[in-house]
Design a protein around this ligand. Structure first.
Ligand code: FE
Ligand code: ZN
Ligand code: FE
Length: 190
């Protein structure tokens, strides 16, 4: 890795990191979308996938505005966050419960992005990179909106569905147990 002697060096390094992070998301999100059951959630994630393609392009424009070739640098943070989300893909369970888990995983992604863009925007401002700043800000706004949409979805329906799903299956189990278990012989205590 090149030495980090100036804030500009650090800015370029972090820009490469977030560029790689967005590309990792492009690869991972379709699998998560496929695994979701809630229509609204699937729609929200699909439209954010579309936005993410635009974000990658904005980052390429940001590189170009600084006369840099767009180049990623492996983002280990995003790899870890996506790995956690992908673990859920292998789980069986109640649809709503899994959806609540997918929302949680995706919000971790959004928050990581929001903090990366916030830092980059602050540095771009200091460095006088006006075009890059505006491009980064556009991405940051989309991440914040995506995060808010996921919070709303979780709080308005998915979490509640996950709650009642648990209750239903408990009841089912109790009913099944009642049906299949022979009534215990009662013995009156003296
Ligand atoms: Fe993004
Ligand atoms: Zn990173
Ligand atoms: Fe995002």
């Amino acid at each position: 890795m090149a030495d980090l002697n100036t804030l500009n060096d650090l800015f370029e390094d972090e820009l490469r990191d977030v560029y790689d992070a967005e590309k990792q998301i492009l690869k991972a999100l379709p699998k998560i979308i496929k695994a979701t059951s809630n229509d609204e959630l699937r729609q929200a994630l699909s439209s954010h996938l579309e936005e993410t393609r635009g974000q990658v392009q904005r980052l390429e424009q940001a590189f170009e505005s600084l006369d840099l070739k767009p180049k990623g640098k492996h983002c280990a943070g995003m790899e870890g966050i996506l790995e956690e989300g992908s673990d859920l893909l292998e789980e069986d369970g109640d649809d709503a419960v899994l959806d609540a888990g997918f929302i949680a995983a995706c919000q971790r992604v959004e928050h990581y992005e929001i903090t990366a863009y916030g830092t980059l925007m602050a540095w771009a401002k200091l460095l006088g990179y006006r075009d890059a700043f505006n491009l980064l800000k556009a991405n940051e706004q989309e991440e914040k909106a995506a995060d808010a949409k996921l919070s709303k979805l979780a709080e308005s329906s998915v979490n509640q569905e996950a709650m009642s799903a648990g209750q239903e299956s408990d009841e089912d189990e109790e009913e099944e147990a009642a049906e299949t278990t022979a009534p215990p012989k009662r013995r009156r205590s003296a």
